[in-house]
Design a binder for this molecule. Structure first.
Ligand code: PMP
Length: 269
């Protein structure tokens, strides 16, 4: 298995809880369609993740009816069975084999100072295949890992052959200029569950969203930048390569505040 959390004792497979000593080698024959869902006594935005999983499967021509997807109760039970109070569950679907597994996966929740000071990001000149499908793409992941180790950056921003910044390697990106918010159109990216929540927040704030991918040599035109994702929530960017941004930008801070409120509300639903 890949990226398994080392305190996992049980995983879930097509409706059954099994001990982890069961060997599992589907990864060699097929690249899974997957989701990562955050848990903190409650699963965050679970229905949105399952909806996206169905979209990914449909995009690959797989028939969701023949595929066993886990329920919220089963995923809660997985955390309880593993005696794990807070973390991420990864759900991997192998459409050809007709197998779904779910297991506690490794995760990194940024410490307070990264939310305070922002993170450094760099460019990665790569395009994900089937942008709207969340499917494991090893070549890109390996390159991302190498770039991050080499530079000490927190995340890479993918730049396509037209020089447009589409998204992060595992996040979505937003740019701010003169109170307007820019993010790449849905068709060019993996439309993140967090991005969707943040777009709703921005609309409720009465701000304008422009669905446009920023060209990499125009990044100096923008005042602030932030990333969104399941584990990071809303995280300010302090630099892209050598260009600095204000991590304390008022609009970014307001979006962070409303997003954190939303996480707390969801926790008690
Ligand atoms: N883009 C890519 C390529 C990703 O892998 C992720 C992580 N799932 C995201 C965006 C962010 O999506 P989410 O908010 O659903 O975690």
């Amino acid at each position: 298995m890949i990226s398994l959390h080392n305190s996992s004792k049980y995983y879930w497979k097509n409706g059954e809880f099994l001990p982890l000593d069961t060997t599992f080698d589907l990864y060699k024959s097929e690249s899974p369609v997957y989701e990562v869902v955050r848990y903190n006594g409650e699963l965050f935005f679970f229905d949105d993740h399952i909806s996206r999983l169905k979209i990914s499967l449909a995009g690959l021509g797989a028939k969701p009816k023949t595929i066993h997807l886990p329920s919220t109760d089963e995923m809660r039970e997985l955390f309880v069975k593993n005696n794990f109070p807070e973390g991420n569950v990864r759900i991997d679907v192998f459409p050809k084999a007709g197998t779904t597994v779910a297991y506690l996966t490794t995760f990194f929740y940024p410490p307070e100072e990264l939310y305070r000071d922002g993170v450094k990001v760099i460019f990665q000149y790569d395009e994900r295949k089937n942008q709207q499908i969340k499917q494991f793409q090893e070549e890109i992941k390996i390159k991302t890992a190498e770039l991050l180790i080499k530079t000490g950056a927190f995340e890479t921003l993918l730049v396509n052959k037209h020089g447009q910044i589409t998204e992060g390697s595992k996040s979505n990106v937003f740019f701010i200029k003169e109170g307007k918010i820019y993010t790449a159109p849905d068709l060019m990216i993996l439309a993140g569950v967090t991005r969707k929540k943040v777009i709703r927040i921005i609309e409720n704030m009465g701000l304008t969203i422009i669905y446009q991918a920023i060209v990499h040599h125009e990044i100096t035109d923008y005042e602030a930048v932030f990333l969104t994702g399941t584990s990071i929530g809303v995280l300010p960017v302090k630099a892209i390569e050598n260009n600095n941004y204000d991590p304390k930008n008022r609009v970014v801070r307001e979006i962070m505040k409303y997003f954190n409120q939303k996480m707390i509300q969801e926790r008690f639903i």
